[in-house]
Design a binder for this molecule. Structure first.
Ligand SMILES: Nc1ncnc2c1ncn2[C@@H]1O[C@H](COP(=O)(O)OP(=O)(O)OP(=O)(O)O)[C@@H](O)[C@H]1O
Ligand SMILES: [Mg+2]
Length: 392
């Protein structure tokens, strides 16, 4: 490595080495085919996803009303996410209430698009977005996760190596770029989670930020703020909910997600610095949105919510800041908080969520508390979806 005098050369060498090392790391973590696979769920977990109690689930098996599933070495039923969908189908035919086991939207209900945003880095945007997308999928909704962060953290969590796999395209950039955009259907890919598809991100998305000023000058249509929404429109029939993970910037990408969204979810760590930074974010967002609305952007939305993340209730100053937010923004602040937990950060180290990790490797209490916290957040979000769909 010695003897290299140019900064671009040494940075390029470092980038190449890191990219190979990351790829190898992925392969060794998720062997044999370098693709992630979803673990099986216990009957307690399965019953919870299906929103019935475990005894009832057992009874359905006993009565032969639902397909049988694999047993583990100790004779306990283990449910794959695919088998949960088959069970949903069987239960739906026996249910008196239509849609009880497929809670997604009906033909007259509108696609819900949730943009997770804030320009503060590290405020749990990606962690929130991916848990939200996965949990909604496990609960029986048809979900599309859209990663518009050039850092592509969410895409990596789905088991891709953006720096090597999308070198020749394949990200959501292809569907929103100004030069011959591709059909959105061609960039959406299935994941190892049934009911959950991904429009992946890559560094190339940063081009969108660079190209947009020129496209605006040239009067290119559709305008930047319409492009993501129009891309999502092309595949809307396939989904109930879209979850967009935004970059930690207030650029054209974040703006287009906010304009496409029916719900904007702003993740905020309850600390003085974070809240001060969010203040700037809100002020800038409002003035930029006002400008684009004069250029014809529709700014209709169903919900704007603040989610308190990485929350440590026992930390006095944090609890105080959380109280401050609630006093100020009242019911715009989600009732449930996303607790700070080593279960989340440890799972994150291997690019996994709480739904993916092998629970036995975690302290039971720590895991359960973190899971309860995020499940409650998603549960509250499900309530908002139902509200948007005008259901009781
Ligand atoms: N509730 C939590 N408890 C503990 N660690 C968390 C929690 N939420 C997120 N983290 C960790 O904090 C780090 C940043 O989280 P995350 O990537 O979700 O933030 P982000 O807002 O998407 O960041 P960026 O602005 O870079 O996109 C990650 O390492 C993640 O594992
Ligand atoms: Mg992120």
């Amino acid at each position: 490595m010695t003897g290299i005098r140019r900064i671009d050369e040494i940075i390029q060498i470092n980038a190449d080495r890191l990219s190979v090392a990351l790829d190898n790391h992925m392969r060794s973590t998720f062997m044999p085919d370098a693709r992630k696979e979803l673990r099986k769920f216990t009957s307690a977990e399965a019953a919870e996803f299906l929103a019935i109690d475990a005894a009832r689930l057992r009874k359905f098996h006993f009565d032969g009303k639902i397909p049988e599933v694999e047993m583990d070495g100790r004779g306990r039923r283990m449910y794959s996410a695919e088998s949960l969908i088959e069970i949903r189908r069987a239960l739906e035919t026996t249910s008196r209430k239509s849609g009880q086991f497929f809670p997604g939207r009906t033909a007259t209900e509108k696609l819900q698009i949730i943009a997770v945003a804030n320009y503060k880095g590290g405020s749990s945007k990606t962690t929130t977005a991916i848990h939200l997308a996965q949990r909604l999928a496990l609960r029986g909704y048809r979900v599309l996760a859209v990663d518009i962060d050039p850092q592509a953290s969410m895409t990596s969590m789905f088991g891709y190596s953006p720096e090597t796999e999308f070198r020749d395209g394949g990200t959501v950039y292809d569907a929103i770029r100004y030069d011959e955009p591709m059909p959105m259907r061609d960039v959406v890919r299935q994941t190892y989670f049934p009911n959950l598809d991904l429009a992946a991100a890559g560094l190339i998305l940063a081009e969108f930020e660079h190209e947009t000023p020129r496209a605006l000058n040239e009067g290119k249509e559709p305008r930047f703020f319409q492009r993501l929404g129009l891309a999502i429109d092309q595949v809307q029939a396939d989904y109930d909910v879209v979850v967009i993970d935004c970059p930690p910037q207030l650029g054209f990408l974040t703006m287009s997600a906010m304009i496409a969204a029916t719900t904007v979810l702003i993740t905020v760590i309850p600390s003085m610095l974070d809240i001060a930074s969010m203040n700037q974010f809100l002020a800038m967002t409002a003035s930029l949105l006002e400008v684009v609305s004069r250029h014809g952007a529709s700014l209709e939305y169903d919900h704007l919510k603040f989610l308190i993340t990485r929350f440590e209730p026992s930390d006095g100053p944090q609890a105080q800041m959380a109280g401050f937010l609630r006093a100020l923004f009242t019911d715009q602040v989600m009732t449930n908080t996303f607790l700070k937990s080593t279960a989340i950060s440890d799972a994150g180290l291997t690019q996994q969520t709480l739904y993916e990790v092998d629970k036995s490797e975690f302290n039971r209490n720590t895991y359960d508390r973190a899971l309860e916290s995020i499940n409650n957040v998603v549960g509250e979000m499900e309530g908002l979806l139902r509200e948007s769909w005008g259901r009781p």
